[in-house]
Design a protein around this ligand. Structure first.
Ligand SMILES: C[SH](C)CC(=O)O
Length: 270
């Protein structure tokens, strides 16, 4: 209802995701920076699944809602939503997804490290796996299908990567749809060369800690420079930033497009 103040319509609540997600920290900062905290606005933590199902219900009922959103994600293709402008740049400009590794990994497993140093793809390529996984296909199967459909790209990723002969590789990730897609793909690529790859999902902070402590070998789930900036600073010198594996990611607050008069985080006070 564009004529009623937004806050009371949604109990001054931003529908968030898992508490450890970097963008939840950014959303908290935004509440303060935009003077929303003093107006009783609050950030609700839940999970990606809970947030997207709450979004689904709100859109089905043509109701107002504010969520913590991010690209690449199928929510922007499945739902008519838009990012809110962030004039104070709390969420940062575009992000890149980085591959990070424990400091000794290149020495201990140069073959697997070589694959990680060659793996990169685009948002639309990632969406191929993400959308299939969201439609209920097993992400490992979706990753295998991707590999069989893109032989030239796979050949580039695997160029010069030696056989693994069962050498173990441990990848950790955070169970966001984007990272489920990329981690399953990297596992299938490594296993196709005879490595024995295990993947483990963790919350964001423990994922970073698993690399810094050497408990895991690598992760393709690092959102930098802003969203995981806190973790990168906390573990500076204790991890290797192997490379960017996807360019042009983005986090921010988002609303359904039918909320015509809400286009900036500033407008939430209206
Ligand atoms: C939720 S985004 C995939 C990443 C993050 O916010 O930590």
């Amino acid at each position: 209802n564009p004529h009623k103040k937004l806050g009371p319509q949604i109990n001054y609540t931003i529908t968030g995701i898992d508490a450890g997600a970097g963008e939840m920290g950014a959303a908290q900062k935004a509440l303060t920076a935009y003077g929303l905290k003093s107006k009783n606005w609050q950030l609700q933590t839940s999970s990606t699944a809970a947030m997207t199902s709450t979004l689904d219900k709100a859109i089905k009922n043509h109701q107002a809602i504010v969520i913590t959103g991010w690209q690449p994600h199928w929510m922007f293709t499945k739902y008519p939503i838009k990012f809110l402008k962030d004039p104070k740049n709390v969420f940062g400009k575009t992000e890149n997804l980085h591959t990070i590794a424990r400091t000794g990994f290149k020495h201990d497993n140069p073959g697997a490290y070589k694959l990680l140093s060659q793996f990169h793809w685009t948002k639309s390529e990632m969406s191929e796996i993400m959308l299939k996984a969201n439609d209920g296909q097993d992400p490992a199967k979706a990753a295998k299908n991707y590999i069989s459909k893109h032989p030239k790209q796979v050949a580039k990723w695997l160029a010069g990567v030696p056989e693994g002969h069962g050498k173990k590789v441990k990848l950790t990730y955070v169970a966001w749809d984007s990272e489920i897609a990329s981690t399953n793909l990297v596992k299938q690529l490594l296993d196709s060369k005879g490595y024995d790859t295990t993947i483990q999902s963790l919350e964001a902070q423990p994922m970073w800690a698993s690399i810094a402590t050497g408990a895991a070998d690598a992760s393709v789930s690092a959102w930098l420079p802003t969203t995981h900036g806190l973790y990168a600073r906390q573990y500076k010198g204790e991890f290797v930033d192997v490379r960017v594996n996807l360019k042009g990611a983005k986090t921010g607050l988002a609303v359904p497009k039918y909320m015509k008069n809400i286009n900036s985080i500033e407008d939430l006070k209206n």
